[in-house]
Each structure stands twice: as structure tokens, then as C-alpha cells.
Design a protein around this ligand. Structure first.
Ligand SMILES: NC(=O)c1ccc[n+]([C@@H]2O[C@H](COP(=O)([O-])OP(=O)(O)OC[C@H]3O[C@@H](n4cnc5c(N)ncnc54)[C@H](O)[C@@H]3O)[C@@H](O)[C@H]2O)c1
Length: 262
């Protein structure tokens, strides 16, 4: 799939891995629809990148908000005439917590719902609403491809750490969904691939304490550093461009396996 003159819908595109992807696809001639909760960041990305970008405010955990944002981005695409060729649902949150705490209290259900509604239901909802606008596009030759869905899983889908139960559940689900999505969408010429990063520098991990970050760096194999947004974005670009990548969740972790304790 070519990037130039095609639109990529990127949730969480105002920060971290989503933002790095926005910058990369835009710099290769793509149109980018940035969907995010953070209006200030979203607007400043559009201001910085200029043409071929648009920001749509969304709370991806709220179905009405997602429906409104998708309706608005579809109007934008009708104006630009550049079809949706990719959906990258990158909006996600951590929010750690064990099912039962040290006072023998079960975790509030809302804490679990918050993570699952953003990281799982929100991912499915965005893809679901974008698909009807992808299946009607003219397929590209020689393979008859229409587009690609690139989801963001995590090393927590494989080696989740203590307190990551809801997060691991959501990221494991993304990993499991990848092959099914690829099979379901094959008839439309749409691929599905997931990326499972380990510890990457982003807004999410900036919130971690210096001690935790240092410990994480200690368990890296090679390279001995956190991933950069550009490492992630480069893989997204390769997935977009390589039609044989389909139905797979790709670990992006420098061979690091997260231990139980840091
Ligand atoms: N950074 C890492 O180490 C790492 C590792 C594995 C997976 N991931 C995944 O990568 C994705 C991107 O995360 P990041 O690390 O770049 O974090 P980040 O915090 O830098 O970016 C996340 C973005 O999502 C947006 N967002 C959060 N909740 C939202 C909502 N309800 N609706 C719309 N937008 C919302 C935030 O405003 C933010 O702009 C997430 O799915 C995360 O789980 C990150």
C-alpha cells in the first residue's frame, strides 16, 4: 500500500507512538486524521505539520464521541478526496492495579472498565466505524489491496507484570484479534497487523518514576535503551508498504522479556 495521497486515521495521534506515526506517515506524503482526547496537543500537531493533517477531538471510550469524530473525519476525506487506507488505533492507557489490594479490597470495577473501554472496546469501535469507508475504495494493483489496520498490542500481552491485569487483558485481546481480523477482512483486500512494543519513551512512560525506568533499562537485551517513537513509526511504515505482512502480532522489544519483579 502506498502512503502518498492516502489517509491514515490515527487515534492517540497527539502524543507518543501515535504522534511519531503521524509525523512519519505525513513526511512520506500521507494525509493524517489525528483523533485524540488532548485538544491542545492535537491542535498544535496540526499547526506544526500544516497541510494534509486534521485533528478530531474524541474520547475513544465513549461510543457517541467516536461516532461523531468518525463522521467528521469522513467529511474531511470527502473534501480532500484521499481515501482511508489505514487505521491505527493507538490511543491507550495503563492504570495499574491488582485485583485485590493489601487491605483485601477488590479493585473497583470502574478501574478495569476504564482500561478495557479505551484499549479494547475503543479499538474495535474505531475500526468498526472506519471499515465501511475503506471497503468502498478502489483497490490498488497488483494485489487489489484497499488498506491496513495496524493495532498496538504490548509486551504485556506476552509477559505482563504484576498489577497489569486489565492492561494485559486488553493487549492480549488485541494480539488475539489480529489473525481473526486479517481473515475477516481478506475478502475486502484489507490486512490486519499488530505491533507489541516493550518499553518505549512516550507520554505514558514519562509518568513512571526514575527508579522504575532505570530498572526497566536494566533488563534490556540489545539495544540497551527504551524504544523511540521513530523505531515504532518505521515499523508501521514498513507494515503499510509490505503486503505480505498480515495476521501477525510483531514484538518490537530488542529481545527484552519483562520479568515478574524489577
Ligand atoms: N510507551 C510504551 O512503552 C508502550 C508499550 C507498549 C504499548 N504501548 C501502547 O502504545 C499506545 C500509545 O501509547 P503511548 O505510549 O504513545 O502513550 P501516550 O500517553 O504518549 O499517548 C497516548 C495518547 O492517547 C490519548 N488518549 C488516551 N485516552 C484516550 C481516549 N479515551 N480517547 C482518545 N485518546 C485518548 C492520549 O491523550 C495520548 O495523546 C497505547 O495503546 C499503549 O498502550 C505503549
Amino acid at each position: 500500500m502506498h502512503i502518498k495521497d492516502r489517509t491514515f486515521v490515527i487515534s492517540g495521534g497527539a502524543s507518543g507512538l501515535g504522534l511519531a506515526t503521524v509525523r512519519d506517515l505525513h513526511s512520506h506524503g500521507g494525509y493524517v486524521a489525528i483523533l485524540d482526547l488532548n485538544v491542545d496537543n492535537g491542535n498544535s500537531v496540526v499547526e506544526e505539520l500544516g497541510d494534509r493533517t486534521a485533528f478530531f477531538e474524541v474520547d475513544i471510550s465513549s461510543p457517541p464521541s467516536t461516532a461523531t469524530a468518525v463522521a467528521s473525519l469522513v467529511k474531511w476525506i470527502q473534501k480532500t478526496g484521499k481515501p482511508i487506507a489505514g487505521v491505527i488505533p493507538a490511543a491507550g492507557v495503563g492504570f495499574p492495579g491488582k485485583l485485590i489490594d493489601r487491605h483485601n479490597e477488590p479493585i473497583p470495577l470502574e478501574n478495569l472498565e476504564l482500561v478495557l473501554n479505551i484499549n479494547l472496546r475503543g479499538v474495535l469501535d474505531l475500526i468498526r466505524l472506519c471499515l465501511p469507508h475503506m471497503t468502498i475504495t478502489t483497490p490498488t494493483q497488483p494485489d487489489g489491496e484497499r488498506g491496513v489496520i495496524i493495532m498496538v498490542s504490548s509486551s504485556a500481552a506476552y509477559d505482563g507484570q504484576p498489577g497489569q491485569l486489565a492492561y494485559s487483558a486488553s493487549k492480549g485481546a488485541v494480539r488475539s484479534m489480529t489473525l481473526v481480523l486479517a481473515r475477516d477482512l481478506a475478502q475486502h483486500g484489507i490486512r490486519a497487523v499488530s505491533i507489541a512494543p516493550s518499553y518505549f519513551e512516550s507520554g505514558m512512560t514519562a509518568a513512571m518514576s526514575g527508579k522504575v525506568r532505570k530498572s526497566l533499562e536494566g533488563v534490556f537485551e540489545f539495544p540497551k535503551r527504551p524504544g523511540h517513537g521513530s523505531d515504532f513509526a518505521r515499523l508501521v511504515r514498513h507494515i503499510v508498504e509490505n503486503p505480505m505482512l498480515n495476521g501477525e502480532c510483531i514484538r518490537l522489544d530488542g529481545a527484552t522479556r519483562m520479568p515478574s519483579r524489577l
